[in-house]
Design a protein. Structure first.
Length: 512
């Protein structure tokens, strides 16, 4: 009972912080920009947060994190609009929404799908926020018992999960994480101050700038990869009126339990580092189809196939903040970027965040509800405007984005070296994308790498060089065991899938 009372008291304090005029303004700007970029292919929260990151240097930490977080969950609302009305999944989590959302639109029920999507998104986000309120303080109490060995093992689990559970080949994900770790150690040694991998460049003594890395990988590289991808936008079904958005009682009845199931799936995925909203949405859709009495109708305009993955996506997005803020372990690249934004402000997320910076933690939690209410109010009247944005040729958006990237990275330190740095990283990121290596795990390795190294060296000093300290301490041993299970599981599924594929090829040959 004391835990509930304390949490509600702290949440009341958080609303006082979030509703301060300047913080409310930054929250509104964040969700508005996020909603807009959620509609635009090739942008997304990663690229947008990267571009806005230099802007936060002149903002107080509370306003900065409220704005960047607003961009993140605001983009999820915008992405659903394109998936349902245009059959255009601007971002991976909404790809599964197209399967039933667009058929509903062609049946003249796109407005109903949008209405219930907004409502289900709010339900999922609210559950994720509630999780954060009650689970984060408990995790903090547990985390305060962690020593360097436990923290190091937990970070290793986060790095492995983030690289092997991300989209694409797990082996490529691990390679990108290792590359991020290597970039993270460029600069001065944290213990001795000796230069490492600077190649004689004094500008690299402080390491590679987070802003340059983020803007290069998710600004320049992503835009270069998308600039020639042009597709005709069919706006035939986009004229949605307010009265078209009223669902029937049957629609609402059929949506209730899928919303609840999607919420549970999303919240569970949020607690596993590296899964994120994309995996949560696909798992939720597959689960809903599996338990449905009419699975053959999925893909023909089933409302369950829309609300379940969307609820799961938003529950996962909000829940991702739990390990990020309470343990300092980001679940994906976006969370790693938000973690880096706080570290630039001189604030290190982790067990001490709630006690040392309660205004940031509880203000952020309260702003989630404020921001989600703003998004519910913004979505309906602005749907027509967001759809019109898609008719703007990408060749005009591209130079504008490049301009803001260059201005942003120069404003970081008024140094042209950073501009050259971001261009070099951008070209490298583009080459990696063309070769099938997604650069998101690089950011995860870069942000966690220095902290992983610091805690590893501390553990070695305390144990006098005994590597067995990581399995002798019970909590650390559990994390190491989970790492081993994750690796073995990935190897098993890869080999099992390969064997199954070979068997499928051999059967037709044997029949001949």
């Amino acid at each position: 009972m004391d835990v509930i009372t304390t949490a509600l008291t702290d949440l009341w304090f958080g609303f006082g912080v979030a509703l301060e005029p300047q913080n409310l303004m930054w929250c509104f700007i964040g969700v508005l920009i996020g909603n807009m970029v959620g509609v635009l292919p090739g942008m997304g929260p990663l690229a947008t947060i990267s571009i806005l990151l230099p802007l936060t240097f002149g903002i107080k930490p509370v306003g900065a994190i409220l704005m960047l977080a607003g961009v993140m969950y605001g983009a999820q609302y915008g992405g659903a609009i394109c998936s349902i009305l245009l059959n255009l999944p601007c971002h991976p989590p909404h790809a599964v929404t197209c399967l039933d959302g667009y058929p509903m639109t062609k049946q003249g029920r796109g407005g109903v799908a949008l209405c219930l999507t907004v409502f289900s998104s709010f339900i999922g986000a609210s559950w994720g926020i509630t999780e954060m309120i009650f689970l984060s303080p408990i995790l903090v109490r547990v985390a305060l018992q962690f020593g360097p060995a436990e923290i190091c093992s937990l970070m290793l689990l986060g790095l492995l999960a983030g690289s092997t559970l991300a989209r694409g080949s797990p082996l490529k994900g691990v390679a990108m994480t290792v590359l991020g770790l290597m970039i993270g150690i460029i600069g001065s040694d944290i213990e001795t101050g000796a230069e490492r991998f600077t190649f004689g460049l004094t500008e690299l003594d402080d390491g590679v700038a987070l802003v340059a890395l983020a803007l290069g990988l998710f600004g320049i590289a992503e835009f270069m990869n998308s600039v020639n991808q042009q597709a005709d936008i069919n706006t035939q079904y986009t004229n949605v009126r307010l009265r078209d958005m009223r669902p029937t009682r049957e629609d609402v009845r059929r949506s209730i339990f899928p919303m609840l199931r999607g919420t549970i799936v999303g919240s569970l995925c949020a607690l596993i580092p590296g899964t994120g909203p994309t995996i949560a949405s696909f798992v939720a859709y597959a689960t809903e189809k599996k338990i449905s009495k009419t699975p053959e109708k999925f893909g023909t305009g089933m409302i369950e196939g829309v609300v379940c993955p969307e609820t799961s996506t938003h529950s996962s997005v909000q829940g991702d903040f739990i390990p990020t803020m309470s343990l300092g372990i980001p679940g994906d690249a976006v969370m790693a970027l938000l973690l880096g934004a706080l570290m630039i402000q001189g604030i290190v997320p982790g067990p001490q965040l709630i006690s040392q910076h309660p205004d940031i933690f509880w203000g952020l939690v309260a702003s989630f509800w404020v921001g989600n209410i703003l998004l519910v109010l913004l979505n309906v009247p602005l749907i027509g405007i967001w759809v019109k944005l898609l008719t703007i040729p990408y060749k005009y958006l591209y130079p504008s984005a490049m301009f803001f990237v260059c201005i942003g990275v120069y404003a970081d330190n008024n140094d042209m070296f950073h501009v050259a740095e971001v261009l070099t990283i951008g070209i490298l990121g583009y080459v990696l994308l063309r070769l099938g290596f997604h650069p998101a795990p690089i950011l995860l390795g870069f942000v966690l790498g220095p902290r992983f190294e610091e805690n590893f060296r501390r553990a070695m000093l305390i144990s006098r060089g005994d590597i067995l300290v990581f399995v002798e301490r019970p909590i650390s041993a559990v994390f190491i065991a989970l790492c081993a299970i994750l690796i073995i599981g990935q190897l098993y599924f890869r080999l099992f899938a390969k064997a199954k594929k070979e068997e499928a090829v051999e059967q037709p040959l044997a029949a001949e």
